[in-house]
Ligand binder design. Sequence first.
Ligand code: NAD
Length: 245
Amino acid sequence: MARYAVVTGASRGIGHAVAVSLAKDGTDVLLCFAGNEEKAKETRQACLAAFPDGTFPLCRADVGTKEGCGAILAAAEAFPSLDVLVNCAGITRDGLLIGLSEEDIDRVLSVNLEGAILLCRGAVKRMIRQRSGHIINISSVVGLHGNPGQVNYAAAKAGIVGLTRSLAKEVGRRGITVNAVAPGMIATDMTAAMPQKARDAALAAIPMQREGTPEDVAEAVRFLASDAAGYITGQVLCVDGGMGM
Ligand code: NAD
């Protein structure tokens, strides 16, 4: 039976890899992104190569706004069902708390957390009617352990864990699973922007002594989005080479 998913942050990095891995499983995906349409089109091509029968529509929308989340949910209505939601869009605005502006705080919370809450709310309304669905929210090891210079980001990612566990308790009896994946240090544009000193320190703290790949994270998401994970809910799966132990 055909399956349908919404993936935010699908234009690059982890979201790109998640979309392609879901496509490999025969899932059509609404590819949501913020700005770079060329990159989003590359994701679409990779998804079509994996699942030629899919349509993989693009949806440019800012998940940091109510209007953007509304646009994503409206675009998803074109799918006959909504089987999987992956909240992967995320940003950082790093700096010690004393130097963070209110805008740095608000924006990181709205993109990383409030958007995920609004999209979860829209998705579960549909999934409750279907009596099935899988939601995967992308958190971070930083949300579990904290990190100096990332108070805003860590708070948002810890909020993702609270969202995930609370919603899992609300909708479990409706046949819907809600889980989080907490990546460690993954090689994407986000980590490429880190200062070398911070990258070296992070690498030294990883038992597996390497960065993860977007595909490492995508495989965990693919599992949690599959019916093979149908009795797993409210969990936080760390994909971090042991960094967060
Ligand atoms: P990335 O910067 O490569 O990609 C971010 C994606 O989010 C892009 O597709 C972008 O279009 C989208 N996005 C950004 N702001 C948006 C907005 N306002 N509205 C809609 N979409 C928006 O990042 P990534 O490394 O692939 O990260 C993906 C997720 O994984 C994020 O939630 C991030 O916090 C999380 N994460 C990443 C790492 C890592 O090491 N890379 C570690 C832990 C958690």
